[in-house]
Ligand binder design. Sequence first.
Ligand code: G6Q
Length: 544
Amino acid sequence: MPDPIKTPLRQRPAWQQLTAHHDQIRARTLRELFDRDPERGRRLTREACGVYLDFSKNRITDETLGLLLELAQQSGLRERIDAMFNGEKINITEDRAVLHVALRAPSSQRILVDDIDVVPGVHEVLTRMAEFADKIRDGSWRGHTGRSIKNIVNIGIGGSDLGPVMAYEALRHYSQRELTFRFVSNVDGTDFAEATRDLDPAETLFIISSKTFTTLETMTNAHTARDWCLRTLKDEAAIARHFVAVSTNADAVSAFGIDVMNMFGFWDWVGGRYSMDSAIGLSTMIAIGPDAFGDLLAGFHDMDEHFRAAPFAENLPVIMGLLTVWYSDFFDAQTQAVLPYDQYLKRFPAYLQQLTMESNGKHVTLTGAQVDYDTSPIYWGEPGTNGQHSFYQLIHQGTRLIPADFIGFLHSLNPLGNHHDLLTANVFAQTEALAFGKTPEQVRAEGTPDWLVPHRVFEGNRPSNTLLVDRLTPHALGVLVALYEHSVFVQGTVWSINSFDQWGVELGKVLAKTVADELESTDEPQLAHDSSTNALIRRYRAAR
Ligand code: G6Q
């Protein structure tokens, strides 16, 4: 087999077959595919780790699926999965292993990076986190004035924020309700001010979460938090009781004034957007407790094992990842909607935006060649049913094809009257309407006058996946997140890109530095930008 990294995607035989195949089936409708095949809705489904995936309402046939699976083989997916799980440095531009799977590996497993088993270190940190979380939860960790901690404020951004916020919201049902959790990420002072305005420093713990401990937003907020604390507590010694750090940079943590005894570490082989189950999840663990955090990790691990071991044809992340490639590259779909029908998952689409787009928003292959196909679609979404009353109109009747993932649960965590039946009815009804639409004949038969018929016709043929899970538990959340992590991996492998670097984010970290100096300088700065940027800077300075 030709080397998939070196063989351009368009030259892989399965890609060429898919191109021809797409020409044959692109006009086929889901209505027709279902009419001809009464078993389709049962056959094109898979189940693993408590997730039932119905992908029958996709514009594929068995042949499409077979070709996509061949494409995965020809793209070296098996070898790439093994390389990741074996700790090989597959993040070549940063010369790093990619081992978020080690964060949830049981202590019996061995995973080597540079000949060193990383699993014991993971469990050591988990144990320290659990001891600390328990002390906060049972009130035995005292603040500087002797009072227990009631408020936990996580300061971080990007991967050091989106996972913790999403997980806290998703698992709020399981959280210790006496504790208040806030998340500060934006360098906009409003974020900090609003998050702390009703909190008492004597009862507040800050978790400064930053892999590098150099990120401008986080460091600015951390210093503001320090000042805020000291204004009331008036003693440097208070920092040790009210600040802990999650980082890989012990020197910077200690330079900030946080005792490294109060630091929870992780490693360079954990990417920010893959870190919510590392020490970055400390706020999650404090909220739900170490046991439930263990269930979350077990969910991740179950999906890891499924991804690693299940044949591709049965493998949920493989199938979902390949479907995304199918729509992005053969149907020119620009976006992918994620529609969780659970209010607790309201931040899940935002979390997935980073996971997917920061990972696969790349324009060159692993060899540095410009790609000649589309990579990551734009992910977006809102929890159901709210989205139905706004943007679903475009999904149903607009001119763009928007594949959508519907995520539903068989049981509600807050059973109230018939709410859950109505919620779930909407999941099923929406995917049905998207797939099959409503023909002019059906509309006319409803008594619609001729002139109104075109407006009320739904073309249908809009693809979706339905993911059904028993109920939203910590375990289920771990399974779902890992499912998307590995789906992203599959996409990146087919596209032969590095899903694990983020040079666009790094750029943002340095870009503002020069401008910030110019905005703040007391002398009139020599501006050497373009005329637009120069004028904007002058205008701001004048108003300052
Ligand atoms: C994630 C990215 C990025 C990162 C933030 C915060 O994969 O690298 O979102 O998480 O820029 O970085 P620090 O944790 O180093 O502050």
